[in-house]
Design a protein around this ligand. Structure first.
Ligand SMILES: Cc1cc2nc3c(=O)[nH]c(=O)nc-3n(C[C@H](O)[C@H](O)[C@H](O)COP(=O)(O)OP(=O)(O)OC[C@H]3O[C@@H](n4cnc5c(N)ncnc54)[C@H](O)[C@@H]3O)c2cc1C
Length: 232
């Protein structure tokens, strides 16, 4: 083990993987558990930085950011949904990790979190943002309108929230442009919503294009737009 890896293990927090389950064609549900998960200062929409392969043959300090799907401060558990579309180190880690494996992390962190003050919400993203959008969706009171669209390329990429519910709208298509996404949420009645807060996640290009359309064509004030690229 390299010096960097050894130092990392000393400063990072540690958890044990207690569950690894495929929940969709390209997604694994991972449960982390352990005493270092006590008293996390968690807000819905925050993420965890996961470090893995610290003792692996390549011994590179690999860090990937994953959305906290759910945090249970009593059970000291934390749920992640990790996608494999990228086929990169993070995807391979999710495919190959097993219950009993240790994982190092820091966080929670991030600002793509729920602002509870809006009158209505619009949640837009793809499969890699789905657990994040579910974590936000769960916290929005039932009295407030929620518009949504999650782009999936195939029906078997959809997975429900942890309680089995499907509270977001999916659109199955090979490609989906920003104008098409906005047309789909407009069809849900979005244009008549007042004080709507937009959360836009997913591929960087999609985030930029959607943000600009909403800003310039729909005249949405920047204060009501939250965009976070999950991948480039
Ligand atoms: C705030 C935030 C929250 C995130 N939350 C999650 C999460 O909950 N679950 C999750 O799976 N990922 C999440 N990500 C993305 C995650 O951090 C990794 O970037 C992703 O898993 C790819 O890592 P990798 O090592 O497998 O591939 P990398 O080596 O990083 O990438 C390999 C290639 O795959 C492409 N790629 C990456 N992601 C995708 C994708 N979704 N579809 C198609 N191509 C892709 C990249 O463009 C790159 O060319 C989040 C990112 C951010 C910034």
């Amino acid at each position: 083990m390299g010096l960097l890896d050894s130092l990392a293990k000393q400063v990072l927090k540690r958890a044990t993987i207690t569950r690894v389950a495929p929940i969709a064609h390209h997604t694994y549900h991972l449960t982390l558990q352990g005493p270092d998960l006590a008293n996390l200062n968690y807000k819905p929409g925050q993420t965890l930085n996961v470090f893995f392969d610290l003792s692996g043959p390549e011994a590179a300090l690999r860090k990937r950011t994953y959305s906290i799907w759910q945090y249970d401060a009593k059970a000291l558990t934390l749920e992640l949904a990790v996608c494999t579309f990228s086929n990169g180190p993070g995807a391979r880690w999710a495919q190959h990790c097993r219950p009993g494996d240790e994982v190092y992390f820091n966080g929670p962190g991030g600002k793509f979190v729920l602002d509870a003050t809006a009158a209505s919400y619009c949640l837009l993203g793809d499969v890699s943002t789905l657990s994040h959008l579910y974590a936000l969706r769960r916290q929005i009171p039932q009295t407030k309108p929620v518009f949504s669209l999650v782009h999936v390329q195939s029906q078997d990429d959809c997975f429900p929230d942890l309680d089995g519910s499907y509270l977001l709208h999916f659109a199955v298509a090979d490609q989906l442009s920003a104008p098409e996404v906005l047309a789909a949420v407009a069809a849900q009645g979005l244009r008549s919503a007042t004080d709507c807060l937009y959360y836009i996640g997913g591929a960087q290009e999609f985030c930029v294009e959607t943000y600009q359309l909403l800003r310039k064509q729909w005249q949405v004030p920047t204060a009501q737009l939250k965009a976070k690229p999950f991948w480039k």
